[in-house]
Design a protein around this ligand. Sequence first.
Ligand SMILES: C[S@@+](CC[C@H](N)C(=O)[O-])C[C@H]1O[C@@H](n2cnc3c(N)ncnc32)[C@H](O)[C@@H]1O
Length: 279
Amino acid sequence: MRYLLLDSGNCRKLEQVGDIRLVRPALNAFWQPSLPASDWENVSGIFSRDSGGGGTWEWKEKVPESWQIEWGGLQFIVKPTGFGHLGFFAEQHENWEWLRKTVSVMGAKPKTLNLFAYSGASSLSMAQGGAEVFHLDSSKGMNDWARNNLQINSTIPDSIHWVTEDVLKYAARETRRAKKYNGIVLDPPSFGRGAQGQIWKMENDLIKLMNSCRDLIDRSSKHFILLSCHSPGFTPVILERIIADVFEKGTFESGEMTVPEKSGRKLPAGTFARYMGKW
Ligand SMILES: C[S@@+](CC[C@H](N)C(=O)[O-])C[C@H]1O[C@@H](n2cnc3c(N)ncnc32)[C@H](O)[C@@H]1O
């Protein structure tokens, strides 16, 4: 059972998530939907965001607590959360493909770090490409979810170490221990909390974290950084400049993350920048 973005418009998106059809917010979908209103009404659940940043699901029929889908070359356990998330960010699919390819040409088993690793799609993609992966998230629940995702992707090698910790605390300790990685993936939220309640704020903390990443990257051989986010104001060029500030020489690419729509158009959702050094 696959994922398919059926339509978007009026700041919402209509998604086929395996057998289940859902409507969720798509805050930049300022255009008109292409499918008729009846398609948008014939759904199992609708998530609406409230002014406090949370929101509620309105269920029109009972759906399973969780189910399984395929997207971007991976199997996912899908669970509607109170935050309106399902456990995967469909717009990351091109980054997963890029990670698979990139780690597969880096030579002897590269060692990579996935920060803010969520349900593990980037970690699984890097393991698929042949990397030894350190997967870090502050939420034990998310790390359990990611491990379960690895279990249902039975062809992916179990070359992932699971770390439940605050990102800045881990980066500082690894730097003290002079640990080195060949690639680092970061998908920071605007606001988050570490494993002991530490506050993560993108505007205050991203530069600090990028400086630690410079210390953690082995710059003597091929290395990479993939930075993505959904935070307003962090455009592709801004992400590129943030990386370029700490990694002077190398090649950069950046852009918007998008989800292909059934109509052939694309729904933009967030931005990314990729850096490759000594390539
Ligand atoms: C995948 S990222 C955000 C994804 C997306 N860019 C967004 O803005 O919605 C969210 C993950 O970061 C984790 N996280 C938040 N603050 C953290 C921190 N201080 N240290 C480690 N992980 C953190 C959360 O548990 C969550 O799984």
